[in-house]
Design a protein around this ligand. Structure first.
Ligand SMILES: *Cc1c(COP(=O)(O)O)cnc(C)c1O
Length: 387
């Protein structure tokens, strides 16, 4: 068992070197100075691990990297200006022109844009498959497939992939795997332990947890992290600045407490919504068709769920959303505050057409925050009465 309190409270911190300060200082500097050319040269030999220039290494950020790597059971970790930057770096370092990627059907929207549009321009092709069945991934592989991009559970409807089975398949064929682990958080799922090569997070969500930072995380072996560092990390330069690293360290002190509370509240809310006549369907990994897979590869629930409101038109969902008082209508998720994300807000009733690819217009995603669950249920009940 990992010693979570040691990781969150102590790992990577060197209090004696900053006068006993309990909280680490923000090393708000772009570069570091040396007493001699020899020391300058020594530091430059390993920019990933030594203070030289803040694009490569910063002591505040280094504490964060150590904690995140330990949480994921990884050798090392890099942090980025956003989750999207972290995912793009993990993908870009793994493919070259004329390579092929297999990706889950409904990944995070900008992951889809990266693979389906941006990298397509550079001669990297992608196939998107329903990856709830490993056989669909196997069937989509080509001789030039170099990467399998996973997101389990995904962030709107929570489809899962059998990570251990996919890792076994990929290793046999020497294909790299990357899993977006933002939903589960490192506390509820450890893809690397199941054989996955790289784990990415939107640190913006549960890891920071306070809705005041946009950040990304990529965890992997020493050798992959070196490759990423020498490649997209240093060339594209989408780094997490020291202040944001410090805010994230602060947010992570309460990671375990926050995850416990949102899981407990979400499970109460799922029970309430599942029995409600105005709710057509509840999406939640632990109560869906794939719940046995959830039990197999996740150690607990997180705090986000989706519902389909029982209504035939946009106006019904809009009445529900507009009536919510304790849930803020906003994108993103994973913070202290409860949020509702209305899919109908992505369309107008005129330009919406239902298909396999589009999410149902009556889908509303709920990110459960730290409010009393009874109050959230009361709010949902009065809003559902408005449908
Ligand atoms: C938000 C999100 C991302 C992107 O992260 P940013 O920090 O917003 O760039 C990636 N994956 C998932 C599942 C997300 O929810």
């Amino acid at each position: 068992m990992i010693d979570l309190s040691d990781i969150l409270n102590h790992l990577g911190e060197d209090r004696a070197s900053y006068q006993g300060s309990v909280v680490p200082p923000i090393f708000q500097t772009s570069m570091f100075a040396f007493e001699s050319v020899a020391k300058f040269r020594e530091s430059l030999k390993d920019e990933l691990n030594n203070p030289f220039y803040t694009r490569g290494h910063n002591p505040t950020t280094a504490i964060l990297r150590k904690k995140l790597a330990a949480l994921e059971g990884a050798d090392d970790c890099l942090v980025f200006a956003s989750g999207s930057a972290a995912i793009a770096a993990g993908v870009m370092v793994s493919v070259k022109q004329n390579d092929h990627v297999v990706c889950v059907q409904k990944p995070y929207s900008w992951t889809k844009q990266l693979l389906g549009t941006l990298l397509e321009k550079f001669g990297v092709a992608s196939t998107f498959v329903d990856a709830t069945d490993v056989a669909h991934i196997a069937a989509a592989l080509q001789p030039n497939t170099r990467l399998i991009m996973l997101e389990s559970p995904n962030s709107m409807t929570f489809e899962m992939q059998d990570l251990a089975a996919i890792a076994t398949l990929a290793k046999r064929l020497n294909i790299r795997t990357l899993c977006d682990n933002s939903y589960a958080s490192p506390l509820n799922q450890s893809p690397l332990a199941l054989g996955i090569d790289m784990v990415a997070h939107s640190g913006t969500k549960y890891l920071n947890g306070h809705s005041d930072v946009v950040a990304g995380v990529l965890c992997a072996s020493h050798s992959i992290i070196r490759e990423v560092f020498q490649g997209p990390f240093m060339t594209l330069g989408a780094i997490l600045p020291p202040f944001e690293s410090w805010l994230m360290l602060r947010g992570m002190r309460t990671l375990r407490l926050r995850m416990r509370q949102v899981a407990e509240s979400a499970q109460m809310i799922v029970a309430f919504l599942s029995a409600h006549p105005m709710v057509e369907h509840v999406y939640f990994p632990q109560s869906n068709a794939q719940q046995s897979l959830a039990a197999q590869q996740m150690s607990g629930a997180a705090g986000m769920l989706s519902i389909r409101v029982k209504t035939a038109d946009f106006a019904g969902v809009e009445r529900f959303c507009n009536a919510l008082k304790r849930f803020l209508l906003a994108c993103s998720w994973g913070g202290y505050e409860s949020l509702a994300f209305p899919v109908c807000g992505l369309f107008s009733s005129e330009n919406y057409s239902a298909s396999e690819q589009t999410l149902p217009f009556n889908l509303v995603r709920l990110s459960i925050g730290l409010e009393e669950p009874e109050l959230l249920i009361e709010d949902l009940a009065q809003a559902l009465a408005q449908v």
